[in-house]
Structures are given as C-alpha cells and as structure tokens.
Design a protein around this ligand. Structure first.
Ligand code: TYC
Length: 103
C-alpha cells in the first residue's frame, strides 16, 4: 500500500530465540538434632557462603523452619542437594535439603 494508514500488520512483538531456563531454589530444613556448627559448615563448604552469613542463614532456618540458601540451574541445584544429603547421612545427621522451582 502507498499509505500505511490503518495497517495492522506491523509486527511489534518479538519472540525470544532462547527461553531462559527455569531456576531452582535450594532449601535447607530445620530439625531438632543436627548441630548448629554442622549446618554452618555445610553452608560454607557446599555454597561458598562466608562464616558470618552462614551463621545468619543457619539461625534463620533454626527459627523459621527453613531458608533459601541459593538459586541455581536444575543441574547445579540437584548436585548441591545430593552433596548436602550425602554429607549429612555420612555424618549421621537428619539434616534435610531440597529444591523447588522458582516462580
Ligand atoms: N535446630 C537445630 C538445633 O537446634 C539446628 C539446625 C539449624 C538444624 C538449621 C538444621 O537446617 C538446620 N541443633
């Protein structure tokens, strides 16, 4: 058309070529038996969290029942959960770690 009046064919919507992959929260759960120092050690060792922040997160879990310790790709989150669960079991502590898809 020589004029563009009323032309509704102009495309303004763009489709992303690559969708961003979903991210997963890794959660640490409270229990009555796992020593506080063990939880702090887990946070330092598997999540590269500094001592002061590790103590803070551990106390949040202790008081509130759970806390998000990090957000990762599905593969990394699965690895973290497996590492924590294996380390807890090997040390005979009931510490539970799980993952949940982010909204
Ligand atoms: N509640 C535990 C205690 O009093 C400490 C604890 C904190 C356990 C965090 C698990 O994810 C946890 N010894």
């Amino acid at each position: 058309p020589s004029e563009n009046d009323g032309d509704t064919s102009v495309i303004t919507d763009t489709k992303p070529k690559t969708a961003k992959p979903p991210m997963y929260k890794v959660l640490l759960l409270n229990d009555d038996y796992t020593p506080m120092e063990f939880v702090v050690h887990v946070l330092e060792r598997f999540f590269q969290i500094g001592h002061a922040q590790a103590v803070e997160i551990m106390l949040t879990v202790h008081k509130k029942g759970m806390a998000v310790v990090g957000v990762f790709s599905h593969e990394i989150a699965e690895t973290k959960v497996a590492q924590v669960m294996d380390f807890a079991r090997r040390n005979q502590h009931p510490l539970q770690c799980t993952m949940e898809k982010e909204d």
